[in-house]
Design a protein around this ligand. Sequence first.
Ligand code: PXL
Length: 307
Amino acid sequence: MLLPEKAEADRCAEEGKSVVADLKRVLAVHDISCFGKCSLTVALPIISAAGIETTVLPTAVLSTHTGGFEGFTYRDLTEDMMGIAQHWQGLDLHFDAIYSGYLGSFEQIDLVIELISRLKSDDTLVIVDPVMADHGELYGLFPADFPQGMARLCAVADVIIPNTTEAALLLGREWAAPPYTEQQVRELCGALTSELGAAAAVLTGVAFDEAHLGAASFEAASGKFALAGEALVPDMYHGTGDVFGSVLVAALVCGASLSAATEAAVRFTVACIQRSYEARTDNRYGVNFESGLAGLADLIEEAKTSA
Ligand code: PXL
């Protein structure tokens, strides 16, 4: 009997079609929050707008995200996840990157670790955003030991994207509020890679003064450390971490260096925040990323040619 992937290749050959995708392909593993732009409703349009095919693995369907709305619905899709991954294994799909975000339970964390090992090829970039906390606090729905589960997932990542609160929780440290010194940020990035086992870290929420906000990137193998910052917009919006992560993933898959991808992600995200700030949008609704999509490919092209 033919293996399913062999059968698929033969079918394509008979029909004169190719099993090799003409576009890069990213697998995004996040929830669908139907209202309140974040997770898949942000990752799918942003990564697609960068000219990358986006395969989605929804982990749950919620009426809204959990950040500030009362009475949201939550349909857990944990039971479907492995069946979906097994079907794709049979199709022999190739992913240039696997990008995970908000996960609702320890069981989902373990499932994502397992499906990374099943779906990853030698050249697949694994990017983990350990979404669970902000402003010094673990999100209310998570148990106190949730960071230990996220740390297990970070260990199998090429790049992790924590904010400073998540970084502290992953490392079992006290969170310090900004402003930070460059020395503190360098040390934190070093600890994220050496203690958690990820190859590289992009730390968000990095501020050295009251007027700027940005991110730091660090690659353990080369020791390369870089900073990216923009003028601070004095308000906080939901979903900005997912906007940032999606642009970072898209730029990396398109071939930008980690520091250039981080710079592009900071610039794109701050521009989204600025638009929503000027429009006085409800902070829970998410930011206006849509108006930036037409310029995203150019931003990424620029990132590819910078050092
Ligand atoms: O943006 C992160 C996120 C994604 N999905 C859900 C969330 C959150 C943050 O609170 O609640 C459901």
